[in-house]
Each structure stands twice: as structure tokens, then as C-alpha cells.
Design a protein around this ligand. Structure first.
Ligand SMILES: [Zn+2]
Length: 176
């Protein structure tokens, strides 16, 4: 029973795939596969831009030419990837089977995480803090993205960390 529980737990964790290099994003030969984003991702891109404008105080912040589409993440364990190509283009690919199996909050965190790589140039941040029986992930840039409940309870603090690398609001928000 314990093994089954562990297995289910592992299956429910959504991970962002990256290969080890300085940018924590996949580098591939060639060029991006898509010219524009699939419409299903547009609301997430718009909200990422709005949140970036607020946190960075840049009213004209735009994601720009980083299309997001369903596609092959090149590794079965990866639910999303930020690809950078040899011609300088970038794109984000999301595993469709994962997208269709998860909730709206996980979808938002995953898109923000991948845009964190592709648009903000962020690497992974795997800092975690354990309080009692709960482990708090201190960034949406954790290679296994935070739970929906933690994210919802401290969304503004997670966004402050994402855009400004500032964990103070998260620390006080979780009381840790
Ligand atoms: Zn990642």
C-alpha cells in the first residue's frame, strides 16, 4: 500500500525537463517548429505579461516571439520544456497528455515556469523548506513545480520571487 501511495505521488508531480547547461534549457540544432502560440495558451501568456508589468514596473513588458504549443518534450519525464535553437529562436513545448490530466493552477505554474526560463532567463531553483510534515518549494522555478494549494495560498509571493528573485514575501507568507 505504501509503495502504491508513493507511486501515485510520483505520478502526480509535474516536472519541467531541462538538460544540464548554463541556461537550464534545452539547446537544439535548427529552428523553432511553430510561428505562433496555440490559442489555449494565450490567456496564460497575457496574465504572465500583466504580472510581469506589475512586478517589474515595466508597463510595456511583452513575452515576444516565444510561441507555446503542444509537442514532443524529447523525454517522457518532461511535461514542459523551453527550447533554444541554434539560430537563436526559442519556443515552449508542453506535453499534451499532461496538460489534459491536470488542473488549471498547475497549467498556470507550468507556463510561468517555462516562461521563467525562456523569457526571464531564469535557471532552476530547488530550495525547499521543511516545516513539520510539509515541504515548501521556494520558487515556481523548482524543477518539480509547487503544488496548486501552496501556489494559490501564496500566489503574489511566488510571483514576486519569480520576477524579482525575492523570497521574503514567501518566507513571511508561509511563516517560515
Ligand atoms: Zn524548468
Amino acid at each position: 500500500m505504501r509503495i502504491l501511495t508513493l507511486l501515485i505521488f510520483m505520478l502526480t508531480m509535474a516536472s519541467c525537463g531541462v538538460q544540464v547547461n548554463s541556461n537550464h534549457a534545452q539547446y537544439l540544432e535548427g529552428t523553432k517548429q511553430y510561428a505562433v502560440s496555440a490559442s489555449v495558451f494565450e490567456p496564460y501568456i497575457t496574465s504572465f505579461e500583466k504580472n510581469a508589468a506589475q512586478n517589474l514596473n515595466e508597463s510595456d513588458f511583452e513575452v515576444g516571439d516565444i510561441p507555446i504549443n503542444f509537442g514532443d518534450t524529447t523525454n517522457e519525464d518532461y511535461d514542459g520544456v523551453c527550447n533554444t535553437y541554434s539560430d537563436g529562436t526559442k519556443e515552449i513545448l508542453i506535453k499534451k497528455s499532461w496538460w489534459e490530466s491536470t488542473d488549471d493552477i498547475q497549467k498556470e505554474i507550468m507556463i510561468y515556469h517555462e516562461l521563467g526560463h525562456c523569457r526571464l532567463g531564469r535557471d532552476h531553483d530547488d530550495e525547499r523548506r521543511v516545516v513539520g510534515t510539509h515541504t515548501y518549494k521556494m520558487s515556481v522555478m523548482n524543477p518539480v513545480i509547487p503544488s496548486s494549494s501552496d501556489y494559490v495560498s501564496q500566489k503574489n509571493a511566488y510571483l514576486t520571487e519569480l520576477y524579482l528573485y525575492d523570497k521574503s514575501a514567501l518566507t513571511s507568507g508561509f511563516g517560515i
